[in-house]
Design a protein around this ligand. Structure first.
Ligand code: MSP
Length: 504
């Protein structure tokens, strides 16, 4: 069976992980877990981008060798994945031999085919951004925007990839494949970018200026530069050139909007085309997190640390918040207020109380054994099945925040059912025993259905909720949910702090 291969961007190894990195991993993880539940064989790859000038500089500033520096950062990023309960199957580092050998092979192949050539390059260079700039990058008054830091004019011999030769082909491809980039409006931005002529892509740096990279196989005085190294991780990690590769490729790439164009939507397809490799299945592009309206930055000290949020509220609260708060594709703003609000209202009250009440009432009124529900409360059944279907459809369409809110409508509806039917009143009247059975049976089935759907999003919570509900495993996925018969289930011990969340 062909794998469903999904990747995140590989993070720069020049600082600690932040909210943006954590979000991308959770987003990808939820897609990966959802696909597994739907029956796909998933391969989920994440990793670290460990070469480049900034890494070299950060290592120097710390007074350690670059390899030691990235080894330490790799521990931090792997730890982040573990703390976020990310279900990645692999973690690739660009300093690994399995990666470097593929980079060298591809460079050699393209050089032999005449797709890479050497030329003298003269231009304005930004050390901070590690890139040559063009006149169109200037401010209207001719100065360079602050993001580029110090800009100087330099001349050097470099190798170039014949990117320009692929422009027409790429345009045609994008016009024929409107869903290559998700959301669609991002694909329009790529087309706009392609309305200007492309320059060939500079792929190397002289060793004296950049030591920390992979030497070119055909010129040991030059090392690969940024994208020709980083992008290739997606194929090196799954054994490019072997049968294993064919079982995985093509991938879905999850990336932020800043690295869509030109890197992932232009360089990468052209590089693959030049190597005769099929293009990625899709690019899933998310927006940026700001913090109380400001860009997160080390200098202003407003970077949101995902680990400290997990320490206080638990991992599932973090996963829930980032997925629910950010409309996929658009930017979102982090604030402690909105975090608290979603935590208390949507997780604590809507989900938590519902689960608690259900388990407690069945324990108290029916000795912990789910009664047969008998005659149907069709209105409730319809609403809950609709919520589940809408959730699955939203997830299929990659509209995670919509999907999750649909599921929460199901939770609200079930809470409302409890209020309307008031089982605690029914329990006082022996003549209402059959009705109480029916209500508790429906309530249990509804909660089991909804909680089972949460497995991709809140794995830790679901793992604790299922035994309380008397289920050994979550109810099965698949596109058409059906109403389960959960009568006879023997409930586990109710837990007050069932969510796995640590209340502050
Ligand atoms: N190393 C490159 C990617 C190479 S992929 C072949 C890189 N690294 S990064 O560390 O700067 O960013 C990694 C991912 O995190 C990117 O997809 C980026 O868009 C994302 N984010 C970085 N900051 C972010 C926010 N503030 N908000 C959301 N995502 C952000 O780019």
């Amino acid at each position: 069976m062909k794998k469903f291969f999904i990747t995140t961007a590989i993070d720069y190894a020049n600082g600690s992980p932040h909210l943006g990195h954590a979000y991308e991993k959770v987003l990808t993880d939820v897609v990966a877990r959802f696909r597994r539940l739907m029956g796909d064989e998933v391969h989920f790859l994440t990793g670290l981008d460990e070469h480049g000038q900034k890494v070299q500089q950060s290592a120097r500033a710390k007074g350690v060798a670059p390899q030691q520096y990235v080894d330490e950062i790799a521990v931090e990023f792997r730890n982040l994945c573990a703390r976020l309960t990310i279900s990645n199957d692999d973690f690739v580092r660009t300093t690994e031999e399995r990666h470097k050998k593929v980079v060298r092979a591809i460079l050699q192949q393209l050089f032999d085919k005449g797709e890479i050539y050497k030329a003298e390059y003269k231009g304005f260079y930004s050390t901070r951004q590690e890139q040559f700039l063009q006149d169109k990058d200037r401010n209207p008054d001719g100065s360079w925007p602050e993001i580029y830091g110090e800009v100087s004019e330099i001349t050097e011999a470099n190798y170039f990839f014949k990117l320009r030769a692929y422009q027409e082909w790429l345009l045609e491809f994008l016009k024929k494949n409107e869903d290559f980039v998700f959301p669609r409006y991002r694909q329009k931005q790529v087309l706009e970018f392609l309305s200007e002529p492309l320059n060939d892509l500079c792929i190397s740096r002289p060793k004296e200026r950049l030591e920390w990279g992979i030497p070119l196989p055909f010129d040991a005085d030059q090392v690969t530069y940024v994208w020709f190294d980083a992008l290739i991780n997606y194929i090196s990690a799954v054994g490019f050139g072997t049968e294993r590769f064919d079982a995985h490729w093509p991938a879905v790439h999850v990336i932020g909007k800043d690295i869509l164009k030109p890197a992932h939507a232009i360089y990468w397809p052209c590089m693959l085309m030049a190597c005769g490799v099929p293009l990625p299945r899709r690019l899933l592009v998310h927006g940026f997190w700001t913090h109380k309206g400001d860009k997160m930055s080390k200098t202003t000290g407003n970077v949101v640390d995902p680990l400290s949020l997990i320490d206080v509220f638990g991992v599932d609260a973090f996963r829930y918040y980032v997925l629910r708060e950010m409309a996929l594709g658009q930017d979102a703003d982090f604030s402690t207020d909105s975090y608290h609000q979603r935590y208390h209202n949507e997780l604590g009250n809507n989900l938590g109380n519902l689960l608690n009440r259900t388990v407690n009432m069945i324990s108290r009124y029916r000795g912990g054994i789910v009664p047969p529900s008998g005659a149907e409360d069709t209105a409730l059944r319809r609403k809950i099945l609709e919520a589940v279907e809408d959730y699955r459809r939203g997830m299929e369409k990659l509209q995670m925040h919509v999907a999750v809110s649909e599921l929460w409508k199901g939770l609200s509806r079930t809470n409302q059912y409890v209020e309307e039917t008031a089982p605690w009143k029914l329990a006082k009247d022996p003549a209402q025993a059959a009705r109480l059975d029916q209500v508790l049976g429906h309530l249990h089935a509804a909660v089991c259905l909804l909680v089972s759907e949460l497995e991709a999003l809140l794995p830790a919570t679901v793992a604790r909720a299922l035994p309380q509900l008397g289920l050994a495993t979550a109810l099965p996925g698949g596109l058409a949910p059906s109403w389960p018969d959960t009568s006879g289930c023997l409930l586990g011990t109710p837990e007050v702090c069932f969510l796995g969340l640590n209340l502050p």
